[in-house]
Unconditional design. Sequence first.
Length: 190
Amino acid sequence: MMNPQRRDTLLMLAGLPALSLPALAADDESSTYDQDTVLSAAVDFFGNGAAGIAKVIEKAFKDQGRPNGYIKGEEGSAALTVGLRYGEGTLQTKAGGSAKVFWAGPSIGFDAGANAAKVFTLVYKLPNVGAIYRRYPGVDGSFYYVGGVGINYQRANGVTLAPIRLGVGLRAGASVGYLHYRREKSFNPF
């Protein structure tokens, strides 16, 4: 991350006013959530009985840093080599924006079973609320059982999503696919 003083000096040397560019500090503390705030929101969402949530959030912070948003939602999925996943939730950003979000997507791999899950998705480097609406490819390797917790990462155009799933059901395997995040509900996974 560029030091703001250095940025202003470079802009001055280039003959550009410092106010003409947006702040380059996208990961600063004022625009991102700290680990305690995220953990508190996740525990409120999943409930106190969600064992393993703290360790999963700690891993996400270690891997990705501080998120600037999160999505609280629910989803269902099923697979027998080819799978489908559908969900809906609400995006909340540190900057104060929020929006309803629906997602659906296909997957293929060594994957079988079905599950219903509460999903708490950490959102990293989202420039604005509207930027969430797109396809996010990802790899999912999970073992769901009654009360199971899973996480994977999805990336597109510099934005990373880290869905944390607390599932009920039985789903085992690994797959590749994508989730298409939309403004409106659709049964078309593509």
